[in-house]
Structures are given as structure tokens and as C-alpha cells.
Design a protein around this ligand. Structure first.
Ligand code: HPA
Length: 274
């Protein structure tokens, strides 16, 4: 791992990938826990393992290190990342900018993120699919801290449309047509890997958080820096710790898997319309 990466490092990663794919997708998808069924829908796949990409992050998940999958979804060329990287795994926040900067150099314009989260809002329940409308980042996470890489974006940048409004409208309309209930909420980021204390949950609820999770925002913040539009969809997999005892995450994957076919059909439709 390289502590302070330079533009050339990202370019080297992207060049390695571009050399292997002759197509240039404009849409990327990063899959969250238990939401891998989307992969079945991708045709003409080309797979590149993260570990083979120079200067890329090394996954800490031993059984499945993660890969880029290129191919066609709804007739469009896309790139899918099968695993994401989390702060709790030991990466620095600046390292967590890597996947999105590399996607930028692959010329991605739209990034679709999925994740699993805890339901804080009393109207949200396990199994609900929620559009993320905004986030709260009180952990002070900053993937673009350090030397600004001007090739990607300006030093200071706005984050008032992090979760692109037009993409959200499109997705909400498609969900309506498909009879899929799509809730909307604010995602509160926590560093993990522990879940939240009940008092933290009550505080987050007061602050306006509807969902809580340990991922996604470093990707979204990096995307905003380099002008990639983001659509983020969360599956609420469990009630937060003020409503259940002994939250250990065991249900997260199972609930996400149950909801996965519905979420998959929505993403397929969104990609078709992009
Ligand atoms: N808290 C944090 N992250 C999560 C949760 C949660 O309750 N559920 C799934 N990811």
C-alpha cells in the first residue's frame, strides 16, 4: 500500500485495466454485503482480480479478495466491483479514495452503490429498500485529505448534491412503476467494526439519521471530488441497537440476500434507463 498516492499511481492501475477491456463503460456498481446476485445478470463477463491491479488496495477478506467484473447489464456496458473496502479493515481514509479515482480514470460517469444498514427511523424495518438522500459524517472522514490531486478536482468542493437528485427521481419513478416500495433516508456513517450503543442511536435519531452503516461515504465523497454522479441504495437489514439486544450482525447477510432479487431488478431497470 502506498501512503500518499500520486496521480500516476492511479493512472497505472487504470491503464492495466483498460488494457484488458476493449469497451469503455460509463456506469460502475459497487456491491454491498449479501447483494451479489446482480452478478448473475451480467453477460460477456471479463474478470480482473483486485490483487492483480498495480497500486490497488489489497482486500483483507481472505476467502474472496474481490474483483472487477466488466460486461453487459440491460444491454449496457458496466463495471461491477464485487467487494468494497472499509475503514474498519485498517485502510486510511485517503486509501479509500482509490477505487473511485481508478473508476474515474476508466471514464465512469455514474456510480451505483449498494449497502446494508441498520434501521434507526421508526418507520424503517429490516428488509426495507431505501434511497440514500444524504449523509451525516460526524466521524470526520475525509478521503480527499492531503495533497489535492488537481487532475481529479478542485481542493474545495461542494457536497450539497452528493446523492444525485435526478438519479434519485429516476429511481423512485421506476420503483413506483415496478411496485417496489423505496423509502428515502439519511445515512449516518460510523467507523465500526462495533455496532452502535443505544445512546448513540438515540443521538443519531435526534440528529436526523435514518440509517446507520460503516461504508459508502468515502466512495461518495471521492466521487463528488472527481465529478462522478452517485446513486446509493441501502437495504435496512436490522433494527438499531436501541430496539434489539445483542446486535452482532448475524442477520445482515441473510436479510440482504432475501431482498437482493428485488433490488437487483430495480438496478437492472435503472441501468437500462441511464
Ligand atoms: N450498524 C452499522 N452498520 C450496519 C448495521 C448497523 O446496525 N447493519 C448493517 N450494517
Amino acid at each position: 500500500m502506498i501512503a500518499e498516492k500520486k496521480f500516476e499511481h492511479y493512472q497505472e492501475s487504470a491503464d492495466f485495466i483498460l488494457d484488458k477491456i476493449k469497451i469503455k463503460p460509463e456506469i460502475a456498481i459497487i456491491l454491498g454485503t449479501g447483494l451479489e446476485t446482480l452478478l448473475d445478470e451480467i453477460e460477456d463477463k471479463i474478470e480482473i482480480e483486485y490483487k492483480d491491479v498495480p497500486n490497488f488496495l489489497i482486500s483483507t477478506v481472505k476467502s474472496n479478495g474481490g474483483k472487477f467484473i466488466f460486461g453487459r447489464l440491460s444491454g449496457k456496458y458496466i463495471i461491477c466491483m464485487t467487494k468494497r473496502f472499509h475503514y474498519y479493515e485498517g485502510y486510511e481514509y485517503s486509501e479509500l479514495a482509490t477505487p473511485v479515482y481508478v473508476l474515474k480514470l476508466l471514464r465512469i460517469k455514474t456510480l451505483i452503490l449498494t449497502n446494508a444498514s441498520g434501521a434507526i427511523n421508526y418507520n424503517f424495518h429490516p428488509g426495507d429498500i431505501c434511497l440514500i438522500t444524504d449523509h451525516i459524517n460526524f466521524a470526520g472522514v475525509s478521503p480527499t485529505r492531503g495533497n489535492n490531486i488537481n487532475e481529479f478536482g478542485e481542493r474545495f468542493y461542494p457536497i450539497d448534491n452528493l446523492y444525485d437528485e435526478n438519479l434519485r427521481k429516476l429511481t423512485q419513478n421506476l420503483a413506483l412503476e415496478m411496485g417496489i416500495e423505496l423509502k428515502e433516508g439519511v445515512y449516518f456513517f460510523t467507523v465500526g467494526p462495533f455496532f452502535e450503543s443505544p445512546s448513540e442511536i438515540r443521538a443519531i435519531r435526534l440528529l436526523g439519521g435514518d440509517l446507520v452503516g460503516m461504508s459508502t461515504i468515502t466512495e461518495t465523497l471521492t466521487a463528488a471530488h472527481c465529478d462522478i454522479k452517485v446513486l446509493a441504495i441501502s437495504v435496512a437489514t436490522n433494527y438499531s441497537s436501541d430496539r434489539i439486544k445483542n446486535m452482532d450482525g448475524s442477520e445482515v447477510e441473510e436479510v440482504a440476500k432475501d431482498v437482493s432479487p428485488k433490488l437487483k431488478s430495480l438496478i437492472v431497470k435503472v441501468v437500462e434507463e441511464l
